[in-house]
Design a protein around this ligand. Structure first.
Ligand code: SF4
Length: 271
């Protein structure tokens, strides 16, 4: 054995005998030891404490649809008499509906009427003429008054919640109703009818301060300041849904009972 081979042999023997205490330069190279695939979590902090999450933006809480609150209007002094009230309303500018109107439609009929019909707002024909319910729906209302109640149209009183025509016949906005409703209330106080007939949802809701459906309201005993109210379909709806006329016939029979009249007018009962 030559000197070089002897030295190697001695080094191998020493490594086996002393292990890692042997000076580095004297260690025999070892095959790399495969590390365990699973590293203890305790020594890998990022596995113990989860990595911080990206902040999730908090979704904005969806606001529930706001119930429109009309802005407060200055109180108005209203005259007791219908004529004086009419004079006041004809020049009214309390809401934006005055901008597009041709005429204010105050209302018409017998100031001592026992039954008062209340609609929503004037349409095109009413805006032109200044009279309530004179278009196609108005002609149907006249038939209801004459055939189902059995009295001339001139013996009842007819008015609307809003006295000026909304553009394109849209429903009046809450602030427009709030501006105009004092006039209707004063008309009712002045006339003091025995029965009020609310024609359609808009009239019934604003007069009674409810959001119940017309199907519910039609079956209920309603009142406004102690005056019985009967809610029925608007004549314009009856023109679109003629089958609902049967409902209106029943509603008007209730009106007649409340008035102390025959449910069916004698002129129709004979037919
Ligand atoms: S709708 Fe009524 S409150 Fe509005 S301007 Fe006409 S009368 Fe006045």
């Amino acid at each position: 054995m030559d000197v070089h081979r002897s030295l190697l042999h001695w080094l191998k023997h020493a490594a086996d005998a002393y292990g890692d205490d042997l000076p580095v330069a004297a260690r025999t190279p070892r095959a790399p030891v495969a590390r365990a695939a699973v590293v203890p979590a305790a020594v890998v902090p990022e596995l113990v404490a989860p990595a911080p999450r990206k902040p999730v933006p908090t979704p904005a809480v969806a606001a529930s649809p706001a119930v429109p609150t009309p802005p407060a209007l200055p109180p108005i002094e209203l005259p007791d008499g219908l004529d004086e009230l009419r004079d006041l309303v004809l020049s009214c500018r309390r809401c934006r509906l005055h901008e597009g109107r041709t005429t204010v439609v105050f209302g018409e009929g017998d100031p001592r009427a026992r039954v008062m019909f209340v609609g929503e707002a004037p349409g095109a024909r009413e805006d032109e003429t200044g009279r309530p319910f004179v278009g196609a729906a108005g002609q149907l209302l006249t038939k209801i008054i004459e055939k189902a109640v059995g009295v001339p149209r001139a013996s009842v009183y007819i008015a609307n919640v809003n006295k000026c025509r909304p553009p394109n016949n849209r429903n009046p906005e809450p602030d427009e109703v709030a501006a105009c409703l004092p006039y209707l209330r004063q008309q009712i106080r002045a006339i003091r009818p025995a029965v009020i007939v609310a024609l359609g949802r808009v009239a019934a809701h604003n007069l009674l301060g409810t959001t119940l459906s017309m199907s519910q309201l039609r079956t209920m005993d309603l009142s406004y300041e102690g005056i019985p109210v009967v809610a029925t379909w608007h004549p314009a709806y009856l023109l679109r849904q003629p089958e609902a006329k049967r409902d209106t016939w029943e509603d008007i029979k209730r009106v007649n009972r409340l008035l102390g009249r025959p449910e069916i007018p004698p002129s129709n009962a004979a037919r």
